[in-house]
Ligand binder design. Structure first.
Ligand code: FAD
Length: 399
C-alpha cells in the first residue's frame, strides 16, 4: 500500500508513452489511467502548439488523446490555476486532474482556501520545476548565444546548471544558466527568485532530479504528498500502468542536494532583486513605477488571485480610481495589492503581461516575503493556514 512520503522511480510500461514522455512517461500514464477509470472527468495538461515556445493548456477527456500532451515545455509560462478557476468554473462541475508546476499548485491551494476551486474535485499532479523561460526572449537568446535558428530546436532542458539546446539534426549545445542570466536571459526573473522546486502541496510531485544509474532520463522520481496521491499511485501500480522501483539512496541524496542548491540560488536572487539593487525600497519608488501604468487591466486579468467578479477598483460607491486618467491613481495598484499580496505566489503573470514593463512581480513578491516574516504565513503550502489579510469566507457567488 502506497503511503504519504513514499518515493519511487516510475516509468510507463507502454512503449509509445515511455518514448513520448519527458522522463519515461509516468505522468502521462497516470493521467490516462485517471480518465480510463473515470476517476476524473477531464485532464488539464499542456500541449505543444505551433512549436516548443508555444505551450497551450489543454482540457482532455479522451484517454487516447492524453499522449498528445506528453513532454515538458520549459517555455510554458502558464497560468494553470487561472484556467482552472476562471474557465473551468473552479472544477465545481467536473473532477479534473491538473499538471501543476509549484507556483500553479501553490496558487490553486490559495484559491481552494477562498472556495474558488473545489478541493474535492481536483487532483494535482505536481511537476518539479527549476524555472521556465519567457518564450520570446528564449528565441532571441538561442540566436544570440547558441547561434542556432530557434525554429530548428527540438528540445531544451536545464541539466547540471546548463541550458541544453538540441536541434533536429542532433546538434547539442549547452551554456551555463548563470552566464545567460547574468546577461539578462535564461529563466524568468520570478522563477529565479522561487524557492519551491518540488510541489509538496500537490498530491504527487514528479521530476527528474535524483534519478540516477540505468534509470537516468528514462524514469521519473515520484514523491507522495497526500492521501489522494497515495491512493491514485497505489491503484496505478496495482493496475500495472506504472513500473516502479525504489529509488537509489544516493539518488534521494542528490535530489535533496539539488533542491537545497536551488533554494540557495533563489535566496541569492531575492537579495539581488530586493536589496542589492537598492530599487523598490520606498513609496516614492513604487509611485515612480506605477506612474508608467496605462491602466490596461492586464495585471488584474492575469493575476490568478484577483478573482472578484466585481472589482472594487471600479466600484460606483467608492471612487478609488477616477475614470479617464492616465496614469491611473496609484490606488489602482494599492487596492489590488491589498487584495492579493498576502497570497501572492510569485507566479510572475502580472509582470509578464504588463506592456509598461512595471516590475510588478518583483514588487508584490518583495512585499509578500516581508509579510511572510511578519505573519509567519507562507502562501500555497498549508490548506488549513488562512491568509492573514484577506477575507476568505465568501462563497464564490458573493464575489
Ligand atoms: P510526461 O509523461 O512527459 O508528462 C509531462 C506532463 O507535464 C504532461 O502532462 C504535460 O502536459 C505537462 N507539462 C508540460 N509542460 C508543462 C508546463 N510548462 N506546465 C505544466 N505542465 C506541463 N524536474 C526536476 O526534477 N527538476 C526540474 O528542475 C524540473 N524542471 C521542470 C521545468 C518545467 C517547466 C517542466 C514542465 C518540468 C520540469 N521538471 C523538472 C519535470 C520533468 O521535466 C518531467 O516533467 C517529469 O520528470 C515527469 O516526466 P514524465 O516523463 O513522467 O512526464
Amino acid at each position: 500500500m502506497v503511503q504519504i512520503n513514499d518515493m519511487y522511480y516510475a516509468l510507463s510500461p507502454d512503449e509509445e508513452i515511455a518514448a513520448s514522455g519527458e522522463c519515461g512517461g509516468a505522468v502521462t500514464s497516470i493521467l490516462k489511467f485517471l480518465l480510463e477509470e473515470c476517476i476524473v472527468d477531464a485532464v488539464l495538461a499542456v500541449k505543444k502548439g505551433a512549436d516548443l515556445y508555444d505551450a497551450v493548456p489543454t482540457l482532455i477527456t479522451d484517454p487516447e488523446k492524453v499522449i498528445e500532451s506528453a513532454g515538458s515545455l520549459h517555455c510554458g509560462t502558464l497560468n494553470m490555476s487561472k484556467v482552472l478557476h476562471k474557465y473551468l468554473d473552479g472544477a465545481n462541475e467536473m473532477k479534473i486532474a491538473v499538471t501543476t508546476k509549484p507556483c500553479d499548485a501553490m496558487t490553486i491551494v490559495e484559491l481552494m482556501k477562498r472556495k474558488q476551486i473545489n478541493q474535492d474535485n481536483v487532483i494535482m499532479i505536481g511537476i518539479n520545476c527549476g524555472g521556465t523561460l519567457p518564450p520570446v526572449q528564449a528565441r532571441e537568446m538561442i540566436e544570440k548565444f547558441y547561434k542556432i535558428n530557434p525554429d530548428t530546436v527540438v528540445k531544451e532542458e536545464i541539466a547540471k546548471g546548463n541550458l541544453v539546446i538540441e536541434t533536429a539534426d542532433d546538434e547539442e549545445q549547452e551554456i551555463s544558466i548563470d552566464e545567460l542570466e547574468n546577461a539578462g536571459y535564461g529563466r524568468r526573473t520570478n522563477c529565479r527568485r522561487c524557492e519551491t522546486n518540488i510541489p509538496k502541496m500537490a498530491d504527487l510531485a514528479m521530476g527528474n532530479w535524483g534519478v540516477i544509474g540505468p534509470n537516468s532520463g528514462k524514469a521519473t522520481f515520484v514523491e507522495v504528498f497526500s492521501e489522494k496521491g497515495a491512493e491514485i499511485l497505489d491503484k496505478a501500480i496495482k493496475a500495472n500502468i506504472l513500473k516502479v522501483t525504489d529509488p537509489v539512496p544516493k539518488g534521494i541524496e542528490i535530489r535533496n542536494k539539488i533542491d537545497k542548491a536551488m533554494v540557495n540560488l533563489a535566496n541569492k536572487w531575492q537579495t539581488r532583486h530586493f536589496e542589492e539593487s537598492n530599487e523598490l525600497m520606498n513609496l516614492d519608488q513604487y509611485l515612480d513605477e506605477f506612474d508608467k501604468c496605462i491602466k490596461c487591466y492586464g495585471c488584474r486579468e492575469a493575476c490568478p488571485i484577483c478573482f472578484c467578479r466585481e472589482c472594487s477598483i471600479e466600484s460606483e460607491s467608492v471612487n478609488w480610481v477616477p475614470k479617464g486618467e492616465i496614469p491611473p491613481s496609484p490606488m489602482f495598484h494599492f487596492v489590488r495589492m491589498l487584495h492579493m499580496v498576502d497570497s501572492c505566489t510569485n507566479c510572475g503573470q502580472c509582470e509578464e503581461v504588463c506592456p509598461a514593463e512595471i516590475p510588478l512581480a518583483r514588487i508584490f513578491h518583495k512585499i509578500n516575503v516581508e509579510l511572510q516574516d511578519v505573519f509567519k504565513y507562507h502562501p500555497g503550502y498549508d490548506l488549513e493556514q488562512k491568509p492573514p489579510l484577506s477575507v476568505i469566507n465568501k462563497e464564490p457567488s458573493e464575489e
